[in-house]
Write a protein that binds this ligand. Structure first.
Ligand SMILES: NC(=O)c1ccc[n+]([C@@H]2O[C@H](COP(=O)([O-])OP(=O)(O)OC[C@H]3O[C@@H](n4cnc5c(N)ncnc54)[C@H](OP(=O)(O)O)[C@@H]3O)[C@@H](O)[C@H]2O)c1
Length: 320
């Protein structure tokens, strides 16, 4: 089958490590199912994989992709991407041995992917395969950050660092649907304007002084925005951090953290129960993922390039 994969990572030139070619079709182990993939989406995680982050050489070749929507024996499904180790029960994200698809088990950017049956979620009729494939990583992460971790209530103000990215755009749409006042930062005028179109109440240049301090910050950028995130919070406010795209080691500014009694909360993906909560919110409010473009699998390199260059707005869908 055709698949986007990596055989040898390149930390300095990750795009050159992308291979699109034939890989063996998966078999379903006991308790697993083979999904016929209709749509996958691209996440920053896939660029990290091309750079060898979290993907040691002995696990390659590895098919990329954490997200998929498709069918199992004609049943429309969405794939929950967090794979718990055998015997684990409870929140899979807390399993020390949990992996995402494409870390230990082959990923979703292919015609077929094998996943545990427990990771299959029924895809509602009101969601297309392309929309559904946006949810398992970026949208579920944004949902957990906003609902479980942020401490926000309707009417509170949230700052989202970044405007166009997968998690940032999801958090903007979902934050607005949850009744929060949503402020974003975006690196270009076009990105800030697009964020306003998907529900942001105001959009600022990165690092801008805000009209007032916010109740929570959604952080996936890291070094480039961390100081601004700390500065922008009201006393007792919360930073929810799920990523560090620009670098993982910002100055901690611990004096600001304790003096302002800030809460710094780490967040990763979500559970199947939270996935159902996300679907319920989407059905009730009518919000849907913003899709930047849909690419056929042989053209996937175009999407990876756009993500690396930061020239996208929302999710990039890959169709096998
Ligand atoms: N913990 C988890 O479970 C989890 C889940 C999903 C993602 N993540 C992590 O979250 C991060 C975002 O993932 P994604 O898929 O949303 O990525 P993405 O689509 O590539 O988005 C990147 C975002 O970062 C913003 N950004 C601001 N300054 C930047 C800089 N100097 N360099 C690069 N980007 C900058 C961009 O803002 P503009 O709009 O202004 O360009 C954009 O919104 C990644 O680090 C990813 O690994 C973690």
């Amino acid at each position: 089958m055709l698949a986007a994969h990596v055989t040898a990572a390149d930390p300095h030139h990750p795009l050159t490590a992308l291979r699109i070619g034939e890989r063996p079709e998966p078999d379903a182990a006991d308790g697993w199912a083979v999904v016929r993939v209709e749509a996958a989406t691209l996440n920053r995680h896939d660029l990290w994989s091309l750079a060898g982050v979290g993907l040691p050489a002995e696990r390659m070749p590895m098919i990329l992709g954490t997200d998929a929507a498709g069918t199992v024996d004609g049943r429309p499904v969405i794939v929950h991407a967090v794979i718990a180790s055998p015997g684990w029960s409870g929140d899979a994200t807390l399993d020390p041995k949990r992996t995402l698809l494409s870390e230990l088990h082959q990923g979703t950017m292919a015609e077929f992917v094998a996943v545990p049956r427990a990771n299959l979620i029924d895809r509602p009729g009101w969601l297309s395969a392309e929309q559904a494939a946006c949810l398992p990583t970026a949208w579920l992460t944004a949902y957990r950050m906003l609902t479980r971790d942020s401490g926000l209530s309707a009417g509170d103000t949230v700052l989202i660092q970044g405007a166009s990215g997968g998690v940032a755009s999801a958090a903007t749409t979902l934050g607005s649907a949850l009744g929060f006042r949503v402020w974003v930062t975006g690196r270009t005028e076009a990105k800030r304007t697009a964020a306003l179109g998907r529900g942001a109440d105001a959009a600022f240049e990165p690092g801008a002084r805000l009209p007032e301090r916010v109740d929570a910050v959604i952080e996936t950028v890291g070094e480039a925005t961390w100081a601004h995130s700390l500065r922008s919070l009201r006393p007792g406010g919360t930073i929810v951090c799920a990523g560090a795209t620009s670098g993982p080691n910002p100055p901690a500014e611990l004096n600001r953290v304790f003096f302002q009694q800030l809460r710094v909360i780490g967040s990763t993906m979500g559970t199947v129960a939270e996935f159902h909560g996300l679907l319920e919110l989407m059905e009730r409010t009518g919000v849907r993922p913003g899709i930047d473009r849909v690419l056929d699998l042989p053209d996937a390199a175009e999407g990876f390039r756009a993500m690396a260059e930061g020239t996208l707005d929302g999710k990039i869908v890959i169709k096998p």
